[in-house]
Structure formats: C-alpha cells, structure tokens
Design a protein. Structure first.
Length: 177
C-alpha cells in the first residue's frame, strides 16, 4: 500500500465544482467567532459538494486571510452568502419548502443515528456559536433539532468537527436513497 500523490487524486476545478450536482444540503452558520472554524466548514462543504453556506450574524466573510488559511480556496468553489439576520434566512428557506434543523442538544432532539433524510427533499442545518450553540430564538423558530450522540465527559464538539460529522452522515444516507 502507498499513499496517492496529489497528481493521482481526481479533483474538480472550481468551474467543474460549480456545475456539479450538489448534495441537497445547505449549511447555515449562526454567529461563528473563529475564522479558522469558518474556513474549515467551507473546506468540508467543498469535499461533500454542499449546495450553499449562509454566513449569519457575527460570522466573518471571505475574503479573509484567516478563513483562507483553513479553507484552502474552497471559498471560491462553494456558493455562499452573508445575511445579517439568521431568522430571515430561515423564513426564506421555508418558503422554498426546505426542511430546516438546528444541530443542537435540545429536549426532544432526534439523534443523528436516528435521522434519515427523505429523497427529493432539500435540507438546511443550522450550526451555532462556539460557546452558546444555536441561539434559543433560532431553536424556537425551527422547532426541530438533530443531536450528535456523545458518550464522554464533554458534551460539546467544535463546530468544524460537527460540520464534518453531519455533512458526511447526510451525504452517506442520501446516497443510499
């Protein structure tokens, strides 16, 4: 066994990425403070052909050298948009019949292991602030949440790790439909 060389990896150009069939998932980042976390979410969204990222509230926007440091150019491939008010994004997505979930620990949340997306349905996942998570106001508005089961002493994960887990899980489940 040997590692593949970069020249052996089949990578899309930005133009090919933009014209590729996307995963039916939108990521909404609510008040993310860390520029490195934002960049990491972009990079993961590129890896899994995520439809779009909405940056809301205090979440910084490209171009930014600290976002670029972890995004590695994925801010040029992944479609994104900044909206100050996350509530407006959710209301607009609902008009398009998009199923929206907060990725958060809540009463009556659905465990990620028990969440199964429906075919021919578009989804959006809201990921929240590194300290406070998804705001209660957004949780109340959405009314549905997915929780990543955790079994250790720390009941939180870094938002960039959460994004990777939920994007991979969604893609792997949707490909089986």
């Amino acid at each position: 066994m040997r590692k593949l060389k970069n020249s052996e990896l089949i990578r899309k150009s930005n133009e090919e990425f933009k014209h590729s069939k996307k995963t039916s998932l939108i990521i909404i980042l609510e008040n993310i403070r860390s520029l490195n976390n934002i960049g990491s979410v972009f990079r993961t969204a590129d890896a899994f052909l995520i439809q779009k990222i909405f940056l809301c509230g205090i979440t910084a926007q490209p171009p930014n050298k600290d976002i670029h440091k972890t995004a590695l150019g994925s801010t040029d491939s992944v479609m994104w948009e900044y909206k100050k008010n996350c509530i407006d994004v959710i209301k607009d997505l609902r008009k398009d019949n998009i199923e929206i979930y907060a990725i958060e620990q809540t009463v009556n949340s659905t465990g990620l292991d028990k969440f199964y997306p429906k075919s021919n349905t578009n989804y959006a996942f809201v990921l929240g602030n590194e300290i406070n998570g998804v705001s209660q106001e957004i949780v109340d508005l959405i009314g549905k949440s997915i929780e990543i089961p955790q079994y250790g002493t720390k009941h939180s994960l870094n938002v960039s790790v959460v994004s990777g887990i939920v994007m991979w899980d969604f893609l792997s489940k949707i490909q089986k439909l």
